[in-house]
Design a protein around this ligand. Sequence first.
Ligand SMILES: O=C(O)c1[nH]c(=O)[nH]c(=O)c1I
Length: 311
Amino acid sequence: VNLSATFQNHTFANPLMNASGVHCYTTTQLDELLASSAGTLVTKSATMAYRQGNPKPRYRSLALGSINSMGLPNEGLPYYLDYVLAKQTQADVPTLFLSVAGISMQEDLDMLAQVDQSDFNGFTELNLSCPNVPGKPQVAYDFEATEKMLDSAFKLFHKPLGVKLPPYFDLAQFDIVAKILNQYPLAYINTINSVGNGLYIDVDSETVAIKPKGGFGGLGGAYVLPTALANVHAFRQRLNDSIAIIGTGGVQTGADVFAHILAGADLVQVGTQLAKDGPDVFARLTQELSDVMAQKDYHNLSDFKNNLKEL
Ligand SMILES: O=C(O)c1[nH]c(=O)[nH]c(=O)c1I
């Protein structure tokens, strides 16, 4: 069984990587991802400067997944840009992903300009879907703002660019968003981000689980797998073939990875399960994916990618 994944003319040993925001805040964590069986990595979404984020507790692992309202804590763009620039010169390091999430359109543009002027040779991910910056709506739920953002971004950014999208829940919205995205030379979309503003309640203590925003936070894990698969498949059916898809959301097993690829994903990210199990999760998931493929007599990802059958 061959797990190698091609993605916009780049090849990875396998289709798995972390989701931004999980195990990717520090160089130590990022090095642990590189040392793991993951095919590549993405850095925590960066703002221009260091950001403390929301008060703790701001992440809770739950039986069926996770809830988080981190509030965009990060070391600042220079920290992550320095990391990827240093790593990309080393042999045996795969093409890397760098995530940016300004708290304004201008900050996004300033960061993209800085990356564009650098020697970074990987993929830049513009996060349009952070649900946890108090007072800041998720850009990608505002279709006009999204169009304006992408217009401005592609005027100044000349390297491969992807966007991180929130989940959509309406077929008409898939049509509208895909129509917007198809206007741009995007390298990829990454779908989904956490399901925003869920509320976990602990009945024994009669309290919420996290401190920020009265307990409202983004959901991940098993809760969101069907939503993630729907968004991957809906966009695969609507986007130009030139736009690749990273599937994110709800991956716990190799079968879940298989499902994302069947739905049309070219790469698959792991968040909540990585938070629970640590980087060893990638050794398990690559083995399980390999086992599922072998049982079905598939030898390459292309044998079943985007091959979901209807009834
Ligand atoms: O709260 C966060 O830092 C966060 N949390 C998420 O679940 N998605 C995001 O894009 C972000 I920027």
